[in-house]
Design a protein around this ligand. Structure first.
Ligand SMILES: O=P(O)(O)OC[C@H]1O[C@H](OP(=O)(O)OP(=O)(O)O)[C@H](O)[C@@H]1O
Ligand SMILES: O=c1cc[nH]c(=O)[nH]1
Ligand SMILES: [Mg+2]
Length: 208
């Protein structure tokens, strides 16, 4: 596995704005999509290309296209939906595989309640999107689901990650690459990331 903390100034600037307690639902939602878009740019940097010839304005010209696995985007309900539009800006033809997982607020254990994956997920690269990687339980449950369906190429895009969750995901799934805008300090006693963003789902959906 490889862990990528994206230090691009635009990513850091936008994430900084998201951390403000005063950020509106609309502003938070917009920034989640924008950072999701920038993380997608980084997470697709190494996609393989192949050359092919087309008829250009001045005759034949050799151009390039992405070769190999197509993409399925995997938003983890609910909060992952907040990043989805930003990801689709860059990969508009991607299929969407929706996974529903919430974590029990007392035990912090993941509870899976929905799964509708692309039928050809075994031949696609999955980009899982969720703003928060806290204990790592929800991410591990999602990766388990994708692997059980035959998916072997998986990348996780999260706005903020806690060291505890990174360690757990890495131990369970060493082949999965993680892209994040920030590795934060730690989890508090309630399992919230510090400094973090608060409850990302509530902020995106305005349900606070
Ligand atoms: O790493 P973990 O400890 O599993 O925590 C992270 C999960 O918690 C949040 O979802 P939540 O359970 O709040 O569901 P929601 O998106 O429906 O609000 C978040 O969006 C992640 O999915
Ligand atoms: O800090 C956290 C941890 C889990 N889920 C969130 O939305 N925020
Ligand atoms: Mg939530």
């Amino acid at each position: 596995m490889s862990l990528h903390e994206i230090k691009h100034p635009l990513v850091q600037h936008k994430l900084g704005l998201m951390r403000s307690v005063d950020k509106s639902t609309r502003g938070f939602r917009q920034l989640a999509a924008e950072v999701g878009c920038l993380l997608t740019y980084e997470a697709t940097k190494d996609l393989e290309l192949e050359s092919y010839e087309i008829e250009g304005w001045n005759g034949p010209v050799t151009v390039q296209r992405i070769k190999g696995k197509k993409i399925t985007v995997v938003p983890i309900l609910r909060a992952g939906l907040g990043m989805l539009d930003g990801v689709l800006e860059l990969v508009p033809s991607a299929k969407i595989s929706v996974v529903g997982v919430y974590r029990n607020e007392e035990t912090l254990e993941p509870v899976t309640y929905f799964e509708k994956l692309a039928s050809d997920i075994d031949s696609r690269m999955a980009l899982i999107v969720d703003p928060m990687l806290a204990t790592g339980g929800s991410m591990i449950a999602t990766i388990d689901m994708l692997k059980n369906a035959g998916c072997s190429s998986i990348r996780a895009l999260v706005l903020v990650a806690a060291p505890e969750g990174i360690k757990k995901v890495t131990a369970a799934h060493p082949d999965v690459d993680i892209f994040t805008a920030s590795i934060d300090s730690h989890l508090n006693e309630q399992g919230y990331i510090i400094p973090g963003l608060g409850d990302a789902g509530d902020k995106i959906f305005g349900t606070r």
